[in-house]
Write a protein that binds this ligand. Structure first.
Ligand code: SF4
Length: 626
């Protein structure tokens, strides 16, 4: 749309941020572009919950274009949970409506003097009194806001600055790192948008044709056409359990005897009423379930794993209730499951008498409410695992990286994925870490999960592709089609499968070469299985190649690294909890994560110095300024 709002909440002044063509060429949109703006705007050391922090919401070029699975918006800020960079990519409908209102993004500065909601419509902005919305749940607030608008809202947890408060749009969450708390710290309850602007297209006929093909590919692919619509991400429970990557008892173990009771398959058989998708989605991975006669959103894999086995809980009904409740009050279920599991282990070890016990489910609902309102033990729990460990002890089993709690994959069961946790810029994160577990444990084609061979290179490549997908405005699940259908259909017990899986271990040098010189792919046309560069070409006329697309992903990681380095993060922060590197799983794999070996290679592949900061040469090669 070529317009980016700049709103000073302290003065009420509304202007526009100048996004240059050069910035778009380098970062495309969404996460990469927003992080560039964050880096250029903030100075070192600002308080994430203070007026000086900024809050950026933006989109990628494909959003609202008609391309499939592209309703996404991105939230970027300095995280109150980690003190580092934070970007969250969210579905729902706000991204599309922001574009319709005529803007690619917005930056909020300062702080409103009282509870406020922002309405954006056809190029105009209004700051409105949110006195009657403050204190409402995310569902109540969305119901009260005008119909026919795209919405993003916080719940009581964001208002009370819970450090892992999320933002909700329809039923999707910008979950991690406390973006909801930053919104609350600025007294912003909600942002709504509407309008009738359309995304201009450089080559509309070709775009239409290519999009039609893309939709067919997504519908025909076994991952995006069958697995995700049928079972959602919950399908990973049994797969991760079998591979010792299902966190159990605060990540002490990697498998849970009752896993099937909370699996995606059981959910589908016993509780599912249907599936749903974010606006413009053709995959529709979302779950709908019925609880007490009410049709509500069902849980994702992360929530099932962390509110289930991680708490020694096999009661699927309780997970459905807590998941819904967490969304209503606006807390991230990944951090929540970790915080509860860690508090249970502290109690078990006599370090904190808090009433929380593994397998005990009757007091959890009350505790979730206490966290959202910072009441009783909820006040401590609202600060996350790292701060709890600083107060009560248990550092060795505080399952966080850079202050962010780990997602639902036990690191010792998949060492490449574990590397991803250590080097992800926003902290312990499966998406920011590259989601290597898909090629180690829960995907259709998996290599040896315990070998370190090629893991640093493949992790860097997957991160780069996921970052580029984010920058384009697409849902990352569209990336599942990069694994060819033929590979998925191989017999997992056959020789061909074994050879293909083994050959992944030999790909390290080739992948490293591509990441070092992505320009060598400049003349390779957009790959048949990766539709995004082609769609961006048709839409913007940017002459996007797969090589350029990768460069955008590489820059996105590096600009985040630069932000964190300026904030004082060093190589010492690229680490894992001691439980992952020094203790073996109880009753599972007999190895720990050989992190140091992988990190050294990873830094080389990424062009980082010994302290994990981007080298000047690396920045120069990618045309980046520090
Ligand atoms: S695949 Fe799932 S998360 Fe992605 S856009 Fe579709 S419904 Fe939303």
């Amino acid at each position: 749309m070529g317009r980016f709002l700049d709103i000073d909440l302290s003065t009420g002044k509304v202007g526009e941020y100048d996004v240059t063509d050069e910035m778009l060429e380098e970062y495309l949109g969404s996460k990469g572009l927003a992080t560039r703006i964050l880096y250029d705007t903030l100075s070192k050391g600002v308080d994430p919950l203070g007026e000086e922090n900024v809050f950026i919401v933006n989109t990628g070029p494909l959003v609202n274009s008609g391309a499939p699975c592209t309703s996404r918006f991105n939230v970027t800020t300095k995280s109150p949970l980690t003190g580092g960079v934070l970007s969250c990519n969210c579905g729902g409908n706000f991204g599309m409506f922001l574009k319709r209102a005529g803007f690619d993004g917005l930056i909020l500065r300062g702080k409103a003097s009282k509870p406020t909601w922002i309405h954006i419509e056809n190029g105009e902005v209004e700051l409105k009194d949110a006195g009657d919305l403050w204190g409402l749940t995310t569902e109540e607030a969305q119901e009260k806001l005008p119909k026919g608008t795209g919405k993003m809202v916080i719940g009581p947890a964001g208002e009370n600055k819970v450090l892992y408060a999320c933002i909700i749009s329809q039923e999707r969450a910008a979950g991690r790192g406390g973006a909801g708390a930053v919104m609350g710290s600025k007294n912003i309850k909600a942002i709504t948008a509407k309008g009738n602007h359309k995304v201009p297209k450089a080559n509309p006929e070709k775009f239409k044709k290519d999009i039609k093909k893309w939709v067919e590919i997504l519908k025909e692919h076994p991952s995006t056409g069958e697995m995700m619509p049928e079972y959602g991400t919950g399908v990973f429970i049994n797969r991760c359990n079998a591979a010792n990557t299902l966190p159990t008892h605060n990540f002490k173990r990697g498998s849970f005897a009752e896993a099937d009771a909370i699996s995606g398959e059981t959910l589908a058989e016993t509780r599912l009423t249907g599936n749903f998708g974010c606006a413009s989605c053709v995959i529709k991975c979302g779950r709908r379930v019925e609880v007490d006669g009410k049709d509500i959103k069902g849980p994702e894999y992360e929530t099932l794993g962390l509110l289930g086995p991680n708490l020694e809980n096999k009661d699927l009904g309780k997970i459905l209730e807590w998941n819904y409740q967490a969304d209503l009050v606006g807390v991230d279920t990944v951090s929540l499951g970790n915080v509860l599991g860690f508090a249970m282990e502290l109690n078990e070890n006599g370090l904190w008498d808090n009433g929380l016990e593994f397998g005990k489910v009757d007091n959890i609902s009350g505790v979730i409410d206490d966290i959202a309102h910072r009441r009783g033990i909820g006040d401590d729990l609202a600060d996350g695992v790292k701060r709890l460990s600083e107060k009560y002890g248990g550092k060795d089993y505080a399952m966080e990286v850079k202050g962010m709690e780990l997602p639902a994959y036990e690191p010792r069961g998949a060492v490449g994925h574990a590397l991803g946790y250590a080097i992800a810029n926003r902290g312990g994160c499966h998406i920011g870490g590259g989601y290597m577990v898909y090629f180690e444990a829960n995907g259709p084609l998996t290599m040896d999960p315990l070998t370190t061979r090629a893991k640093p290179q493949l992790t860097a490549m997957l991160q780069t592709m996921l970052d580029a997908l984010s920058d384009s405005g697409s849902c990352q699940f569209t990336g599942f089609t990069t694994v060819p259908k033929q590979a998925i259909e191989l017999n997992p017990h056959g020789n061909v499968y074994r050879v293909v899986a083994k050959s992944l271990e030999l790909m390290g040098p080739m992948v490293e070469l591509i990441l070092r010189f992505p320009k060598m792919l400049a003349f390779v046309p957009p790959l048949a299985l990766m539709q995004h560069p082609r769609a961006i070409n048709d839409l913007t006329g940017m002459k996007m190649t797969f090589g350029k697309f990768l460069e955008i992903g590489l820059r996105t990681y590096l600009i985040e690294r630069l932000f964190n380095a300026r904030e004082g993060f060093t190589g010492a922060d690229d680490t894992l909890p001691r439980r992952s590197t020094h203790q073996v799983q109880e009753g599972g794999t007999e190895t720990t994560v050989p992190l140091n070996r992988m990190i050294r290679i990873y830094y080389r592949v990424r062009g980082l110095d010994a302290d994990g900061a981007p080298k000047h040469d690396t920045l120069r090669r990618l045309g980046m300024r520090a």
